[in-house]
Design a protein around this ligand. Structure first.
Ligand SMILES: Cc1ncc(COP(=O)(O)O)c(C=O)c1O
Length: 438
């Protein structure tokens, strides 16, 4: 094969339904020998389907190179390299002049990263995606890509603690002002100034599962010409697709449901080609790029996202219903329960309610600590979205280093326990909760 046949287009995650390359991402000329491909697969070239592929099909096939030839590996290849060759100085010159989009260096892009990017872009219904070293790398890079010194951002007060601390502890030093809104968006108009550039929301929120009305948020952002960014980690693109509603960028901690196995730190941003070019530029400059090994794990995890999310949601429903009836539990925060203040909104804008929940114990912090020390099947650990069910005290994990006033604003009490409901048998989970609460 001619060397130049390996030149690929980075970050082009067009999903081309009906073409042989499902979610044809990034491979202009492919990894496989084109003549073999044509010989072996020409009789199979699919006609344009009359319907779009479903999310599970996308999770499995989008972003993959064409695999309909002889000898193509079905599993994802790991392009375990820091750098890439050029066939000639002329090819290099073309790249430097922006006339070629060849892979050059893994911080700029890598075929293994492109596969994961293609899948997530297709799942989110976005033009493009950029994978990053962590969820915080995606969040900080997306925000910094849209903000500069002197700008203002309106953020929901309830966000993942790391995001909150980024905005509270770092942004002021960089001359970026943060104004915080309730998840209800009540009074948000009064936060707009001539310098407001970005609306940042997280829904459902970590850890008390409050929801932001996505349509209201978009209408507000459009009215004021703001860049809209949403953390879609808790919902995943299977339960809500903010880009289709008009958000400019979606960010994820891909560490969680997208990778799904508690074995990798990863992040991703998705959105228009224009915004993703900006995010990639920031990743190149700031260095928060993903490692190919992590991209492989992310791709492998994504392939079972649909099945996992289905089971996660079913288990969480059973756990939430059990906890709500327990005499030692004061309150359960789960949008799937009728008692949740955002239940109606969750039914309107989410396909299911996810598998994160929190509950407040009547005995406050001592009871919450006792519970966490007694669980046997649930693990006492931060993070979420993996197969293992986890419990954690937000005041000692995601929401450490926050004042009582800050905790009150986000609805976290010292006795709040956050639960990531995993994939075990629901009966076993409930039995463990029973003994730990008992
Ligand atoms: C909702 C949410 N967003 C972002 C992050 C940060 O992701 P990461 O730990 O992958 O940097 C987390 C981490 O828990 C999270 O829960």
């Amino acid at each position: 094969m001619r060397f130049s046949a390996l030149i690929v287009v980075q970050n082009d995650v067009r999903f081309v339904p009906g073409l042989r390359q499902i979610g044809a991402c990034c491979l202009k000329n492919g990894f496989q020998n084109d003549s073999i491909m044509k010989h072996n697969a020409s009789h199979k070239i699919a006609k344009k389907p009359s319907r779009a592929f479903g999310p599970q099909t996308l999770a499995i096939h989008a972003g993959e190179p064409n695999k309909h030839g002889v000898g193509a590996s079905v599993g994802a290849d790991i392009s375990r390299t820091s750098t890439f060759t050029f066939s000639s100085s002329e090819e290099m010159k073309l790249w430097a002049e922006g006339k070629s989009t060849a892979y050059i260096y893994t911080r700029y892009g890598n075929p293994t990263l492109s596969v994961a990017e293609g899948k997530i872009a297709a799942l989110e219904g976005a033009e493009a995606a950029v994978v990053t070293a962590s969820g915080m790398a995606a969040i900080s890079t997306a925000l910094l890509g849209a903000l500069k010194q002197g700008d203002e951002v309106i953020s929901t007060a309830q966000t993942y603690g790391g995001t909150y601390r980024l905005m509270r502890d770092e942004f002021p030093d960089w001359g970026i002002v943060v104004r915080r809104a309730e998840t209800s968006l009540e009074g948000i108009e009064s936060l707009v100034t001539g310098k407001t550039k970005v609306l940042y929301v997280e829904t459902p929120t970590n850890p008390t599962l409050r929801l932001v009305d996505l349509r209201k948020a978009i209408a507000f952002a459009r009215k004021h010409n703001l860049v809209s960014i949403i953390d879609n980690t808790f919902a995943t693109p299977l339960l809500q697709k903010p880009i289709e509603l008009g958000f400019d960028m979606v960010v994820h901690s891909a560490t969680k449901y997208l990778a799904g196995h508690s074995d990798v730190i990863a992040g991703v941003a998705a959105g228009s080609k224009k915004w993703m070019a900006r995010v990639r530029h920031m990743i190149i400059d700031l260095g928060g790029s993903m490692d190919p090994e992590a991209a492989f794990l992310l791709t492998r995890g994504l392939k079972t996202l649909g099945l996992r999310v289905e089971r996660h949601c079913a288990n969480a429903r059973a756990v939430a219903q059990f906890l709500e009836k327990h005499p030692k539990v004061a309150r359960v925060h789960y949008p799937g329960l009728k008692s949740h203040p955002d239940h109606a909104l969750a039914k309107r804008q989410m396909k299911d309610f996810g598998s994160m929940l929190a509950f407040d114990l009547k005995g406050g912090l001592p009871a919450a600590r006792r519970f966490c020390d007694k669980v046997k099947l649930f693990l006492l650990a931060a993070s979420l979205g993996g197969p293992e069910s986890l419990v954690v005290l937000p005041i000692y994990s995601s929401h450490y280093n926050m004042s009582s006033a800050e905790l009150a604003t986000v609805g976290v009490t010292p006795g709040t326990v956050r639960v990531s409901v995993g994939l075990e048998d629901a009966d076993d989970l409930i039995a463990d909760l029973k003994q730990a609460l008992g």
